[in-house]
Design a protein around this ligand. Structure first.
Ligand code: ADP
Ligand code: MG
Length: 605
């Protein structure tokens, strides 16, 4: 048996409900014959698994690095400890409330952090972690300061009761085991929904995500909130395991340990996190002799992992995670609905109106008083030499840039300067000159991502795998099947984007726009780099859009392709409109010949 086949089998096994239930049962039963020490470290392992999943969701899936995760962990720990010890709340209320406190912390942190990226984000989260530690160390009245908080109701002190029953180490292990398993199930379902796909889309390209109707700020806020809740839950379980909280437990090394665990486990993989958390829970025990070298060992493991195992342990053991619910996939099967939903173009102002739009980049006028109109059921070509402002005009219409002057109206509504994701939601979608797909997603996942703003399921419905959520995704997967057939890419539907030649990216990006059920589609050089055999399916998709009553704006250099397809032409030169009319008229227009056709018809860079 080949290694990759073995990986696939292992991947199927670890998500199999029977396997998971059996494993849980074995541990739950065996717990009663384990020593106190073993139970303690196994409970600690569960806490580390939760913490790793928290980091995995934020960093691995949503791509937001965190160097202050111990802060969320500590927030949950202190909150639950104080709620039980000082406020006298029962365990079953204190723990969820503590998770809520940490979730709120994540929510608030997302406001400053959500604006930052990479280095600055790392520094911001680092600052959060440091501030938390300082507060924990100095706020004597509440946290016990450097002395720590002792006497927290816990199994170690034999002071923990739940529903009136004293909880010993065995009982506590079982409670945490059940809670961890249930939480993992919820996150797994959540990741395989529109939410997980949106997290990953933000990770891959914020620009592309916005163009698909995915709000950047809101999506990051959700990622921080859920990640905070998970770390807080882990912290609460920790508090009632050990009974004593000292500020050092929530210091920078703890944050780094979580990050290292997650990276070594394999960013994005839930199963990888379990393996990695296991490694890093038991390793310190074995390293007792080298206690002072612990972080050197971690560093070496991290460096090794990053250079030799880019996908972490998960890359060795499992197939990459997928972002579609298997049940929805099975439900959709090979059925197809219409690939292109006819646009609702009723109303007197149906259309897209660009009115005297100007955009300056410093001294450069990239677009100069450009006016244009798109009509339902008509294809308009936007042509002109390189640098004439075509892409910039699409960027203005789709909300990436706010014009210096002028306005854009869509179905009579002023959308000038509106956020890109809101414009996409209105049914105005675009593709990019250099295709922006999620490289590690399959063709099918990328297409389904395009339906983001047409899926209405709540996060709760997605996490609980409610029938309504499954049915909704299955319905869109039938449309995905139809788009796959229309684009002629059935043979690669379940291959990842990064494993496919360039031409597929163009076809998939145009196909993805169809999943948004748009009223207008702006295509930035969709035929560039396509082979003869790929041009056919592209033309088929564009004709289909016209037949369904969509407005199409097509930037294109191949004159034959344009002539066959389009109804209207707008020619730009130096940011200004130099021609407006039909193709035949354009071919004879002296200004167009002088600036474009005469010199660069074949120069389609
Ligand atoms: P086209 O798509 O027609 O080839 P573009 O719209 O990409 O042309 O560019 C029009 C002009 O605006 C070019 O001179 C280009 O260098 C400039 N430009 C485009 N984007 C930016 C930007 N973000 N900052 C500064 N200048 C830009
Ligand atoms: Mg361009």
């Amino acid at each position: 048996m080949s290694v990759s086949r073995l990986r696939t089998l292992l991947t199927a096994l670890v998500v199999h409900p029977a396997f998971i239930l059996a494993l849980l049962l074995v541990f739950a039963v065996a717990a009663s014959s384990m020593s106190g020490g073993t139970l303690q470290i196994l409970t600690f392992l569960l806490i580390n698994i939760l913490l790793a999943q928290s980091m995995n969701l934020l960093t691995g899936i949503a791509g937001q690095i965190s160097l202050g995760h111990a802060g969320f962990f500590g927030m949950g720990a202190y909150a639950s400890a104080l709620l039980m010890k000082q406020a006298g709340l029962p365990f079953l209320a204190a723990v969820p409330l503590a998770a809520l406190v940490a979730a709120l912390t994540g929510f608030l942190l997302s406001y400053p952090a959500g604006r930052l990226r990479e280095f600055y984000l790392a520094m911001m989260t680092l600052a959060f972690g440091l501030i938390f530690r300082e507060v924990a160390r100095e706020w004597n009245d509440v946290t016990g300061g450097a002395m720590g908080l002792s006497g927290v109701p816990s199994t170690t002190l034999r002071t923990l009761t739940v529903l009136g029953l004293k909880l010993d180490a065995v009982g506590y292990f079982r409670v945490v085991l059940a809670a961890t398993a249930a939480t993992m199930w919820l996150i797994h379902n959540f990741i395989q929904s529109r939410y997980g796909r949106a997290f990953y889309a933000i990770h891959a390209s914020e620009l592309a995500a916005g163009s698909l109707g995915i709000p950047r700020a809101g999506t990051k806020r959700l990622a921080y909130t859920i990640s905070g809740a998970l770390a807080g839950l882990a912290g609460a379980f920790y508090a009632h395991l050990v009974g004593y909280l000292g500020p050092d437990s929530f210091d920078l090394p703890r944050s780094i340990e979580v990050l290292v665990t997650t990276v070594v486990g394999g960013l994005g993989s839930m199963a990888g996190q379990i393996l990695s958390a296991t490694l890093f829970t038991f390793l310190p025990e074995k390293l007792q002799v080298f206690a002072q070298y612990q972080f050197i060992v971690y560093g070496v493991i991290l460096a090794f992992s990053l250079t030799v195992l880019p996908r972490g342990i998960a890359g060795l053991a499992f197939d990459p995670p997928r972002f579609i619910k298997p049940r929805a996939l099975r439900r959709a099967g090979t059925e197809q609905t219409a690939a292109i939903t006819p646009a609702d173009i009723s109303g007197a102002d149906a259309g897209l109106e660009v009115d005297a739009v100007t955009l300056r980049f410093g001294g450069l006028v990239a677009v100069n008083r450009v006016s244009a109109r798109l009509h339902p059921g008509r294809i308009t070509a936007l042509i002109g030499p390189n640098g004439s402002g075509k892409s910039t005009l699409i960027n203005v219409i789709s909300g990436i840039y706010t014009p210096t002057e002028g306005s854009v109206r869509f179905f009579g509504r002023d959308i000038t300067g509106m956020e890109d994701h809101r414009i996409a939601e209105l049914g105005l979608v675009r593709t990019f000159q250099d295709p922006r797909l999620v490289p590690s997603f399959t063709v099918r996942e990328n297409l389904l991502l395009g339906a983001h703003c047409r899926l209405a399921q709540s996060g709760v419905a997605a996490a609980l795998n409610l029938p309504s959520a499954i049915a909704e995704e299955a319905a869109r997967l039938r449309q995905v099947n139809a788009v796959i057939a229309l684009a002629g890419i059935a043979d690669v539907a379940d291959r990842t984007m990064e494993s496919l030649p360039y031409g597929y990216r163009r076809l998939v990006e145009v196909g993805r726009a169809l999943l948004a059920n748009p009223k207008a589609v702006l295509l930035d050089e969709p035929a560039a780099g396509l082979s003869e055999s790929e041009i056919g399916p592209l033309a088929r998709m564009i004709r289909g859009m016209k037949q369904a009553g969509l407005m199409v704006l097509l930037i294109e250099h191949h004159m034959d392709f344009v002539a066959d397809l389009v109804d209207d032409v707008v020619v730009l030169d130096g940011g200004e409109v130099i021609y407006r009319g039909d193709v035949a008229g354009m071919r004879g227009d002296p200004r167009v010949i002088a600036s474009y056709l005469g010199t660069s018809e074949d120069d389609d860079a």
